[in-house]
Write a protein of this length. Structure first.
Length: 322
């Protein structure tokens, strides 16, 4: 069994109309990915979530629900002085979303300052892969971000694979230059980069997908999955000179694009860690994301993902552009 540890923040989610109907849930890019990996891979992949919560009733409830999803919460540290962050999702008529955040004093932001984080560090050296996102890095104080990068370098040296989703959110960084510097340091040790074309173009000014792939390769990333929304994705491994476009089926009934990229990452990683080809892993990611965006919220009901037959999806996809 493969073992992945996912580092990040989960927040309380409010979804609906301000001063109107509002539903409470929870979500965060890294937690979304953890949950969807656990659902997709089942007992084939052990999923650890690495974060911090408070000791309040809402934190207790979140932790209990993650455990019910099959996510190992042993390494979610509890901070009696802080609580989870909060975000509000507002949707337009096309299903696109905007966010408002309250997270500056969240427990997860101070994860690396927790007295028990040294135990987490030791544990991370025992797993097969560690996954972080740009948001995992952006929320940390600068000194803690530097410490996390040093830890990831140590893990890489010890043979742990590093997976990175750049997930660039300008509001979380003091400047684009700060984000670029941080990403460059991480890309040097990244085995698998899962990035979105719009984010890459926004942060780096890339004009084409080819420019993005070449830059990521030059930065040091091993394998690259470039997500292109409705156009599918492109998987590239410069070490083997493999580069292929994997199409996705269009989704007509888009309800909420929240967690589209996170769920694709989960489907891909579940396939990657269980030995599927990159193409089949990407098809699995497409199908999972296509299901998720037909429902409201970051984490959709488990009944909706239980209906996906990934073997049928893979067998039906015989053609792809290379």
């Amino acid at each position: 069994m493969k073992h992945i540890a996912i580092i990040g923040e989960c927040m309380i989610e409010l979804n609906g109309t301000p001063f109107g109907a509002m539903e409470q849930a929870y979500g965060g890019d890294s937690l979304n990915t953890a949950v969807y990996i656990a659902r997709t891979a089942g007992q084939s992949v052990a999923v650890d979530y690495i974060s911090a919560l408070g000791t309040d009733p809402i934190s207790d409830g979140m932790l209990s629900r993650w455990q019910q999803e099959g996510v190992n919460t042993q390494w979610v540290l509890r901070d009696p002085a802080r609580q989870p962050g909060l975000y509000l999702i507002q949707l337009d008529e096309e299903g696109e979303r905007t966010f408002l955040y309250w997270r500056n004093q969240s427990a997860a932001r101070f994860l690396l300052q927790h007295p028990s984080f040294t135990e987490v560090e030791a544990h991370l050296h025992t797993v097969d892969m560690v996954y972080v996102s740009g948001i995992s890095l952006a929320i940390l104080p600068a000194a803690d971000r530097k410490k996390l990068l040093q830890l990831l370098q140590s893990l890489k040296h010890d043979g742990v694979e590093i997976a990175f989703d750049s997930n660039y959110r300008p509001a979380l960084w003091q400047s684009a230059e700060e984000a670029r510097s941080c990403y460059q340091q991480l890309l040097r040790i990244t085995d698998l980069a899962l990035v979105t074309d719009d984010d890459e173009m926004l942060l780096w000014g890339d004009k084409t997908h080819e420019e993005t792939l070449a830059r990521l390769h030059h930065a040091g990333a091993g394998q690259i999955v470039l997500k292109m929304g409705a156009k599918g994705c492109r998987y590239t491994d410069f070490s083997t000179l493999v580069s292929e476009h994997i199409a996705t089926n269009p989704v007509e009934n888009v309800i909420d694009t929240t967690s589209a990229g996170d769920s694709f990452n989960a489907g891909f990683l579940a396939g990657y860690l269980t030995g599927k080809t990159p193409r089949d892993a990407a098809l699995q990611g497409h199908q999972l994301a296509g299901t998720v965006i037909q429902h409201k919220g970051a984490i959709i009901p488990s009944s909706a993902t239980q209906t996906i037959n990934f073997n049928t999806v893979l067998n039906s996809k015989k053609d792809y552009a290379s």
